[in-house]
Ligand binder design. Structure first.
Ligand SMILES: C[S@@+](CC[C@H](N)C(=O)[O-])C[C@H]1O[C@@H](n2cnc3c(N)ncnc32)[C@H](O)[C@@H]1O
Length: 220
């Protein structure tokens, strides 16, 4: 049989998580505060990336030797914390999100982690913020985790702003398995984008079945 990825049972998911670097005290407190927000109905419970994905993105940022990074969809700041930790002292991460309320939580934790000076946050609709960036402002790494119907436009705007060999990561590209049976506009947008990217000669594309699907795009 061809080796293939498989859906994890809760027990295996726990095992995978336990086999990755454990979030430190600041990251753990941020995860706990975000869970408390969700319990009070003040934030969706499913927004934050999984801890093992955060550990992977931190390692990847460092392994790619990324110095400049951009994130679209920041929420309470966990994925940004992981990326920023992987950057060198003089590295920078630009975060775009339209929620002033959720990103206020993010700022508190970035400061607590001593990373506030590495992260710039722009609150507002992400697409105009991205379009307003000069094309000469290039990025080594991008992480996209906002409105799914916006992904095609984000990818187009990111393309000229990535350095050659720059990597774009797209989150939730398996849509909980619904890519095989799309239920919503968000699902359909991701299915169309996945197909388009696999055939797009500008990018080298890999969809990794990590967490809810993480697509890697390397700019050729
Ligand atoms: C899934 S959450 C991001 C989770 C985050 N990456 C983390 O790991 O904690 C999606 C975020 O995208 C933001 N968002 C959605 N649509 C947006 C848009 N059009 N412009 C800017 N931000 C947007 C939401 O405010 C929300 O904070």
């Amino acid at each position: 049989m061809t080796p293939r990825s498989f859906l994890l049972t809760p027990e295996l998911a726990e095992y995978v998580r336990g086999s990755c670097e454990t979030p430190d005290d600041v990251a753990a407190a941020l995860v706990a505060e975000t869970a408390a927000l969700a319990e009070r109905g003040e934030a969706p419970a499913t927004f934050q990336i999984a801890p093992e994905q955060g550990a992977f993105m931190q390692l990847l940022t460092r392994a790619l030797r990324a110095r400049t990074a951009i994130e679209i969809g920041t929420f309470t700041g966990f994925s940004a914390l992981c990326i920023a930790r992987g950057l060198p002292e003089d590295g920078s991460l630009l975060c775009l999100d339209r929620s002033a309320e959720w990103t206020a939580v993010a700022r508190r934790y970035w400061d607590r982690a001593g990373l506030g000076n590495r992260i710039e946050l722009r609150v507002g609709d992400a697409l105009p913020s991205l379009q307003a960036l000069p094309v000469a402002e290039t990025f080594d790494l991008a992480f996209v985790d906002a409105d799914k119907t916006g992904y095609p436009a984000y990818v187009e705007e990111l393309y000229p702003r990535m350095v050659p060999d720059g990597v774009v990561l797209l989150d939730n590209t398996l849509r909980g398995g619904r890519v095989l049976d799309p239920h919503s506009d968000d699902d359909r947008a991701v299915v169309e984008l996945n197909a388009a990217l696999a055939a797009d000669p500008r990018w080298e594309t890999v969809l990794l079945p990590l967490a809810d699907g993480l697509t890697f795009l390397r700019k050729r």
